[in-house]
Design a protein around this ligand. Structure first.
Ligand code: NAP
Length: 280
């Protein structure tokens, strides 16, 4: 990677960021394409957010990623918020266009691209169950509803949060239902795609799973946003039932690939980025 006076900065802001795999993926892509950028991670505490954003502007960043805990607060400092970020209610990518900073969100589309490329499925024919009703569920629910998935059931431990999300998503689909976690057996038995968006099963709680394994079946894709471990207890149970499985690594990869495409205008070298991700 050749750094010259023309090299423009890109980066990630969050707190903490030391665990992030984004610099590895992004710099591998930059190196592969000899793109005139460099990508660094910055640990910014919430009290420093405004100052940090002003600094990035002054230093002529071409764009940056935003992670926890700034995905909502950053919206106050954008010149524009695009439709996707508005619908999701959070920004994970900032892009400079005509001198303006535009906040967008690549999480949902990254997930969708991963699901389509890795599972090769026709979305409109799916009956989807989303487990969880937090930020990730909102991003995924939005892109699935926009993509024309006819049936989406949201199940969540705290039912009012699922109801709130369903009301929001009903702007884009009239096929949204809500069930409690305990009452989701019938929906899961009928589902063609079950997506876990909760943190249940994530390291170090690897023995936990969000639903009863007996509800899973072979005519179904089971997808888990978690990538540590790469195969959760839910995915092990799904595999045992003969279901096709999909983990969260692809979402991590493609949300980065789409951000890279926004900044550089190039098609992202996904294989290179995937290799960088898997190397770690
Ligand atoms: P969030 O907004 O905090 O939402 C968490 C969700 O998990 C809520 O629905 C919550 O239910 C549920 N939950 C948490 N603990 C639970 C438990 N013990 N039993 C049942 N439900 C439980 O978090 P998020 O941002 O949506 O992230 C959720 C997961 O997605 C995390 O594991 C995160 O690492 C993963 N993720 C992965 C990627 C990727 O690139 N692969 C990207 C984003 C997120 P309540 O409403 O009842 O609290």
């Amino acid at each position: 990677m050749k750094i010259t006076a023309q090299t423009r900065p890109l980066g990630l802001i969050g707190h903490p960021v030391s665990h992030s795999k984004s610099p590895l993926m992004m710099n591998a892509a930059i190196k592969k394409q000899q793109a005139p950028f460099v990508y660094l991670a910055y640990d910014i505490v919430p009290q420093q957010l405004k100052q940090a954003v002003q600094g990035l502007r002054t230093l002529q960043f071409q764009g940056f990623n935003v992670t926890i805990p700034h995905k909502v607060a950053i919206m106050d400092y954008m010149d524009e918020i695009d439709e996707t970020a508005e619908a999701i209610g959070a920004v994970n990518t900032v892009v400079k266009r005509n001198g303006k900073w535009i906040g967008t969100n690549t999480d949902g589309l990254g997930y969708l691209r991963s699901l389509q490329e890795e599972m090769n499925l026709n979305l409109t024919e799916q009956r989807v169950v989303i487990i969880g009703a937090g930020g990730a569920a909102r991003a995924i629910g939005y892109v699935l509803a926009k993509a024309g998935v006819a049936h989406i059931t949201i199940i969540n431990r705290t039912i009012y949060k699922a109801e709130h999300l369903a009301t929001h998503l009903s702007q884009w689909s009239n096929g949204i239902e809500v069930r409690s976690l305990a009452d989701a057996k019938v929906q899961i038995k009928k589902a063609t795609c079950v997506i876990n968006t909760t943190s249940v099963g994530m390291h170090p709680h690897v023995e936990e799973m969000p639903i009863d394994a007996d509800w899973l079946h072979e005519d179904c894709i089971v997808s888990d946003l978690i990538y540590t471990p790469s195969r959760t207890k839910l995915l092990h149970a799904a595999k045992d039932k003969g279901a096709r499985i999909h983990n969260g690594m692809g979402m991590l990869l493609y949300q980065a690939a789409i951000a890279y495409e926004h900044w550089t205008g190039n098609k992202a070298p996904v294989a290179t980025m995937r290799a960088a991700l898997l190397e770690t």
